[in-house]
Design a binder for this molecule. Sequence first.
Ligand SMILES: Cc1cc2nc3c(=O)[nH]c(=O)nc-3n(C[C@H](O)[C@H](O)[C@H](O)COP(=O)(O)O)c2cc1C
Length: 206
Amino acid sequence: MFYEPKKKNHGLAHNPFNSLIVPRPIGWISSLGLDGVPNLAPYSFFNAVSYQPPTVMFSSGTAATEDGLKDSLRNIEDTKEFVCNMATWDWRNEMNESSKSVALAIDEIAMTGLTTIDSRLVSAPRLAEAPVNLECIYLKSVSVPGWSDADNFKIIIGEVIGVHIKDEFINQEGLVDIKALQPIGRLGGNDYAVVNAQSFFSLKRP
Ligand SMILES: Cc1cc2nc3c(=O)[nH]c(=O)nc-3n(C[C@H](O)[C@H](O)[C@H](O)COP(=O)(O)O)c2cc1C
């Protein structure tokens, strides 16, 4: 089959785009509002951008708020700091729960029963339950040209200035134990993938 996204002529039950770039890592983004209220939300238009300096990006769509901004985006543009927490199998339900759209004044982290710890280098809190936390400073936003006002996506790029890895996830060889971490990734619709001992494989570079 062939379709042109702008013509929406895929003829399928759902727009298949989200099922075609998979699995997408999930940036579970914690940030702090100017009012000091912590915020947490998952973003799967998320990835590493560069190695040195280590940078990450996530992309936010529009929200049904007065200014059309999702809280994470607004907070980060206001405070210039955020944390990317790794979403893993053990915390999949809380991750999903934290995608609920709630008023800015509500502490979403407390709402999901999760807890935070102070970050070392940024004011945004990090998720205590997450095995990996990347403390980030905001570098820039890039607007993605949309087809209409409703389609506005904005990419946030941040530099990772501090990295926490729970010691239990570093193995005897001094490597990150991905099979034990069990990171989850987003597929299309409501579907996810998990990296574990069954799905893991290695390839030597030629
Ligand atoms: C697994 C998952 C991935 C998501 N990825 C994105 C994304 O990449 N971009 C986006 O705008 N919304 C995404 N969402 C929806 C946001 O999490 C949701 O709009 C949330 O309420 C935003 O919260 P905030 O306003 O506190 O930032 C995702 C939801 C889930 C469950």
